[in-house]
Design a protein around this ligand. Structure first.
Ligand SMILES: *[C@@H]1O[C@H](CO)[C@@H](O)[C@H](O)[C@H]1NC(C)=O
Ligand SMILES: *[C@@H]1O[C@H](CO)[C@@H](O)[C@H](O)[C@H]1NC(C)=O
Ligand SMILES: *[C@@H]1O[C@H](CO)[C@@H](O)[C@H](O)[C@H]1NC(C)=O
Ligand SMILES: *[C@@H]1O[C@H](CO)[C@@H](O)[C@H](O)[C@H]1NC(C)=O
Ligand SMILES: *[C@@H]1O[C@H](CO)[C@@H](O)[C@H](O)[C@H]1NC(C)=O
Ligand SMILES: *[C@@H]1O[C@H](CO)[C@@H](O)[C@H](O)[C@H]1NC(C)=O
Ligand SMILES: *[C@@H]1O[C@H](CO)[C@@H](O)[C@H](O)[C@H]1NC(C)=O
Ligand SMILES: CC(=O)N[C@H]1CO[C@H](CO)[C@@H](O)[C@@H]1O
Length: 321
């Protein structure tokens, strides 16, 4: 895919790097896509291992100074697959075997409170400059919107978002309507709060359940460098040389590069509405034009091939560094 302009995307990734491995390849892309500056990573689950694994991945791909926020209060929990009884845990393993970077092994005091990290990052950013890619739960963003003046900024959460955020890109929901895990799986009221009250002047783009499920990737990481942490994560999660759906890396790719050749918008106007149970529905409204949901414009096999190419390209850059 090609960048739509020559500008550099300043990116914050808000991830639930824990129960699915596509968050790991999303971070690989956030670190390695061209014209992308990863500014901060927030973790929206409360496992210490999630922040440590993010630190390991960022450190490996040359981003050891990027600050990491971790949802509080955090605990030492690890993933256990009670859906299919076949997926493996990877976060603690990546955290331990590649430990280092911004949050060294169990130096949890180095993690930020996610709302403070948002406020610090946005207050020091240029106007209309920051893209946020949300690839998990929306609790931290709800906290950001509810926040009030502090040592970082005199602005409220809504004001700081209106002034500084260029676009919010959300993996979650299904389009035009449905019931998807990122929206209902944690606190659906926070999802509804963020998405039903998001400022109308700031663009929001959604990548739904149905898009990520069309694109299976990650198996080709077996061709990648021997000691790559994301290759290892896929190995532990789905098994060596096996694919996984691509919700989160597609979301980061769009956040960084725009529609490119892969995507088109599924709607002309209208907005996403989230019920208190986390189900969502697209509401037609000619007056609202800041919200879109994505569809694939290209055949899924080509998108999957090009996405795997981007994983491998990024991985090899750092193996050879
Ligand atoms: C964006 O990336 C392309 C391809 O790597 C490069 O040619 C171009 O100079 C980059 N633009 C900026 C502003 O860095
Ligand atoms: C979590 O694990 C670390 C490292 O093993 C340990 O130092 C810490 O005490 C544990 N915390 C809790 C609450 O069990
Ligand atoms: C923010 O405020 C809304 C509305 O009052 C509330 O529903 C939500 O739970 C709050 N978010 C957090 C993270 O406390
Ligand atoms: C492409 O879509 C088809 C039909 O949904 C699916 O069977 C196939 O696995 C997909 N291919 C990839 C590479 O994701
Ligand atoms: C991965 O699987 C494909 C077919 O599914 C096979 O052709 C290939 O040899 C495998 N690669 C490795 C490195 O195991
Ligand atoms: C969620 O609530 C809405 C509105 O009441 C309802 O239409 C929808 O079926 C509910 N979703 C689920 C999964 O129960
Ligand atoms: C759209 O905006 C026009 C002009 O402000 C207004 O008359 C109309 O009621 C609005 N329509 C909706 C669906 O809100
Ligand atoms: C629950 C949680 O850890 N979220 C963070 C994001 O939002 C709340 C509300 O501001 C904060 O208390 C948390 O730090």
């Amino acid at each position: 895919m090609s960048a739509e302009s020559d500008r550099v995307t300043s990116l914050v990734v808000d991830t639930d790097l824990f129960s699915d491995v596509d968050d790991a390849s999303a971070l690989l892309l956030a670190c390695t896509l061209s014209n992308t500056s990863l500014v901060a990573v927030n973790i929206n689950v409360n496992s210490a291992y999630s922040a440590l694994a993010a630190s390991s991945i960022l450190n490996y791909y040359g981003h050891s100074n990027v600050p990491i926020g971790l949802r509080r209060p955090y605990v030492n929990s690890s993933f256990f697959d009670t859906w299919a009884y076949e997926l493996g845990e990877y976060a603690s393993k990546v955290a331990y075997h590649w430990s280092g970077g911004y949050v060294p092994w169990f130096e949890m005091e180095k993690t930020w409170d996610p709302v403070e990290l948002y406020r610090q990052t946005l207050s020091t950013a240029g106007d209309n400059s920051m893209t946020i890619a949300s690839t998990g739960f929306l609790e931290n963003l709800s906290g950001l919107l509810n926040s009030t003046a502090d040592k970082f900024s005199e602005l409220s959460g809504y004001q700081i978002v209106e002034k500084k955020v260029r676009e919010l890109v959300v993996m979650g929901g299904a389009y035009p309507s449905g019931h998807e895990f990122n929206f209902f799986g944690d606190n659906p009221l926070s999802t509804a709060h963020v998405l039903n009250t998001w400022p109308k002047s700031v663009p929001v783009t959604y990548l739904g359940l149905e898009v990520g499920k069309k694109v299976s990737t990650g198996a080709r990481l077996v061709e990648g460098p021997a000691h790559d942490p994301v290759k290892a994560a896929y190995g532990w999660y789905v098994g060596y040389n096996t694919t996984r759906f691509s919700w989160d890396p597609l979301t980061v790719a769009y956040a960084s590069q725009g529609l490119g050749t892969w995507f088109e918008y599924g709607n002309m106007d209208g907005y996403n509405f989230v019920w208190p149970n986390g189900s969502n529905i697209w509401i037609e409204d000619k007056n609202i034009t800041n919200q879109h949901y994505l569809k694939l414009k290209m055949d899924n096999v080509t998108v999957a091939k090009e996405l795997d190419d981007l994983f491998l390209r990024g991985a090899w850059v750092w193996a050879n560094a």
